[in-house]
Design a binder for this molecule. Structure first.
Ligand code: G6P
Ligand code: MG
Length: 222
């Protein structure tokens, strides 16, 4: 068995990836910038200011915004986001995740979070999952965000587990790249077009079955 599972948060443990998108879209529309779900794939997994920068780069007239104005925009997006997730609770944990966490526990496998979000702890609290995690990496922990491997290696280092014995789970291209460059076994949730390089790809979280993930992990090792 591997020694640790490192979970991405948004889009894996709960569907906050959707709220991040809707909040960015609302903020962008107010500037006359249109973003769609295809564009949003590039926003998944990357930090707040990097996301804003990518959105603003769609509109040449946004290039003269000051640092202060950009911070205001990011703040506004976050307020929309917090409003959208206000009523979230344990019922919003995505299908298959609680079973997977439970299987990890049963087999003595450590559990970590590897998130780029400043809201990660708040979201875990809303879901009632904070106590399940042995270690939490969020935006405040890492210097280099995804696709840099640091989010995942920092979790493994804190748990004192070799990277080759970790499994990372992601829904974003940037996060998948981070797991792969950390030399961990990568499990991706989504479609092949956006996530071409996963060691093991499933379409949705309800397909994340512990025994099958372990099978795939051991096959790669063999
Ligand atoms: C994760 C999500 C992104 C989000 C980023 C920053 O990477 O996948 O969609 O923009 O975290 O989140 P924050 O809550 O700090 O704005
Ligand atoms: Mg994600």
């Amino acid at each position: 068995y591997p020694k640790a599972f490192i979970y991405d948060l948004d889009g894996i443990i709960t569907d906050t990836a959707e709220y991040h998108f809707l909040a960015w879209q609302k903020m962008a529309e107010e500037l006359g910038i249109h973003i769609d779900r295809t564009f949003n794939e590039r926003l998944k997994g990357i930090g707040r200011m990097e996301s804003l920068q990518l959105i603003l780069s769609l509109d040449p007239s946004a290039s003269n915004l000051s640092v202060d104005e950009k911070e205001q925009l990011a703040l506004k997006k976050n307020e929309y986001y917090l409003e959208m997730i206000e009523r979230m609770g344990p019922k919003d944990i995505l299908p298959g995740i609680e079973e997977l966490l439970h299987a990890n526990k049963q087999h003595g496998i450590r559990i970590a979070l590897g998130s780029a979000s400043k809201n990660a702890k708040h979201v875990l609290d809303l879901l009632g999952l904070t106590a399940e995690f042995d270690y939490i990496v969020d935006a405040s922990t890492v210097k280099k965000g995804k696709p840099d491997p640091e989010t995942f290696t920092a979790a493994a280092d804190a748990l004192n587990v070799p990277y080759s014995e970790c499994i990372g789970i992601e829904d974003s291209a940037a996060g998948l790249e981070a797991i792969n460059s950390a030399n961990m076994f990568s499990v991706a949730v989504g479609d092949k077009a956006h996530l071409p390089n996963a060691d093991y790809l499933v379409a949705a979280t309800n397909e994340l079955k512990f025994e099958e993930i372990i099978n795939q992990y051991n096959q790669k090792k063999a």
